[in-house]
Design a binder for this molecule. Sequence first.
Ligand SMILES: NC(=O)c1ccc[n+]([C@@H]2O[C@H](COP(=O)([O-])OP(=O)(O)OC[C@H]3O[C@@H](n4cnc5c(N)ncnc54)[C@H](OP(=O)(O)O)[C@@H]3O)[C@@H](O)[C@H]2O)c1
Length: 262
Amino acid sequence: MTDLSGKVVVVTGASRGIGEASAKALDACGAQVILTGRTTDDLERVADQLSNEPIVLPADLSLAGAGTALAESVLNVVDGVDALVNNAGIPMRRMPEQLSEDDIDLVFAINVRSLLTLSIGLAPSMKKRGGGSIINVSSVAGVRGPGARVAYAGTKGAVDAMTRALASDWGPDNIRVNSIAPGLIATAIWEESRETIPGLIEDMEGQIALKRWGFGDDIADVVVFFASEASRYVTGETLVVDGGLARVTASAKPQVLPELLD
Ligand SMILES: NC(=O)c1ccc[n+]([C@@H]2O[C@H](COP(=O)([O-])OP(=O)(O)OC[C@H]3O[C@@H](n4cnc5c(N)ncnc54)[C@H](OP(=O)(O)O)[C@@H]3O)[C@@H](O)[C@H]2O)c1
């Protein structure tokens, strides 16, 4: 197993879903995890399952100044951090005509602004420790052109672009910056739709080469890779983790394939 003993890692959006799975995977490798999100009870529930003196720091990343304030809170409780998992994010499923300016501001405030300000706030402490790893959770929505998600897709494209730009800025400080672009992961983001929209689960599976939805663990293992020395020569990259969705043409009906063969 990867050894992250002695490493301090901040995980945003750690109260459930991909963030919860990532916090658990990092802790299992020996890292001390600082968990953040808005819902203290859920953060405490996750922290109770961790072994390496986890720290809970609630924060609402939609607010102006929140990323900078959170970085200060982190550095008040630990000497510095080795990795940051910028995972907190909200979806915004609306047709362009239905989007208000408040909708656009909200999704950009959480998914983009706070991600950048928190990174800026914590990078100096990584530099002091001789380097670090910033892991941004973007989305296949930033890679392909999903319907009814223009604002969300814009935030995730921005995350991937900032990933490359920060990798350039902070590479000389040995701070690596990468993003993970998950595909369809069965978390709270999809819970209601999965339960209420007939055929959604099967329809989506039909578009995925591996023919299944992803789970938090599928992303968490890649988070561990980017937090570890195994990825020491990787920076500025976006790794799509989607079972073959964004860049693979999956046949929804494999039984028609024989008809297409010469
Ligand atoms: N699930 C997917 O299919 C999928 C696909 C591609 C990308 N992603 C991305 O993966 C990341 C995690 O998604 P998920 O599926 O795990 O979603 P989730 O289960 O809804 O979790 C979202 C996390 O973000 C936190 N959060 C939301 N608003 C916040 C705010 N204003 N301030 C601070 N924290 C906030 C939530 O905590 P609180 O509610 O406690 O604040 C929660 O811990 C997101 O960036 C998402 O865009 C997900």
